[in-house]
Design a protein around this ligand. Structure first.
Ligand code: SAM
Length: 264
């Protein structure tokens, strides 16, 4: 899978994307991350990427042409775009999803990560300052993605979050079963983990985990997932895939199906 990232700060990506699992995934050819410096597509003497907002107000706005040229090069249509500087050239019909990082976008979650991981290529655009010129957004952005209800200084950290969450879902990046029961994989949070020693400073591991009884361990883990989700994020239960046994356990623990709320 290929990620094209358009940014005015490509150096920001060198640490996070070149360590650990993402580093190994790139070395193994499972993912490719291509950084494109938006500033290289500025046409003026000062290589400016932003300008004052029409109508006044604080901050600067990223210029549409420089973003458009950077995107055009990403999609292999820069020569065409430069040959007709007065016209908006339509993007190829089969272009990869073009994602703008934006606090005003749809909230990023595991479902969206799974959906994006189905594609062979994604283009991620990192905004800065007050954001980008609306005309570029209208012509060229398929989706706006927010990583949370807060405002970052730029889209780079958001793009890294998206790349990380999507890349680890690609076949071969992680061991096959490691994403199966983790938090948010099926609407529930993950069960607690324990490792050696079995007794640590007087704190024992739950005996069932030492029993070697796989069915009992699986049942215990499922219950822990349900109870943890109920206590921490009861609203997730409304969307979770629950069995009759799950519902019975949750009801015994005070959950009312359909509300997601715990009765007093
Ligand atoms: N003026 C914008 C607003 O109020 O919506 C905020 C702009 S923010 C300072 C600059 C850039 O950071 C945005 O264009 C976007 O690319 C990125 N950004 C900020 N917060 C984000 C978030 N929660 N999720 C994704 N991207 C974000």
């Amino acid at each position: 899978m290929r990620f094209d990232i358009l940014t005015i700060f490509p150096q920001m990506f060198s640490g996070p994307l070149s360590e650990s699992i993402l580093k190994r995934a790139q070395q193994a050819g499972l993912i490719e991350i291509v950084l494109r410096d938006i500033r290289a597509y500025a046409t003026d003497r000062h290589k400016s990427t932003d300008d004052y907002p029409f109508g006044g107000g604080a901050g600067m706005v990223m210029k549409p042409e420089v973003l458009y040229r950077a995107l055009a090069d990403t999609l292999g249509m820069l020569a065409q775009v430069d040959a007709e500087p007065e016209r908006l050239i339509p993007l190829p019909a089969d272009h990869p999803p073009i994602l703008l990082m934006s606090p005003a976008g749809e909230l990023f979650n595991q479902r969206l990560a799974e959906e994006l991981a189905q594609h062979e290529r994604l283009v991620l655009i990192c905004g800065h300052y007050e954001g980008i010129d609306e005309r570029f957004r209208e012509c060229c952005v398929d989706r706006e993605i927010s990583i949370g209800d807060y405002v970052l200084t730029g889209g780079e950290l958001a793009a890294m979050v998206v790349v990380d969450a999507v890349a680890r879902l690609r076949p071969g990046v992680l061991a096959a079963d490691s994403t199966a029961e983790e938090s948010h994989s099926d609407g529930l949070l993950e069960y607690p983990h324990y490792t050696r020693p079995a007794l640590w400073r007087g704190q024992a591991v739950p005996p069932v985990l030492l029993s070697g009884h796989h069915a009992n361990i699986a049942r215990w883990r499922r219950e822990q997932r349900l109870l943890r989700t109920l206590r921490r994020r009861p609203e997730l239960l409304r969307q979770a895939r629950l069995t009759e046994d799950d519902l019975a356990l949750l009801r015994r623990s005070g959950w009312e199906p359909g509300t997601g709320d715990v009765t007093p």
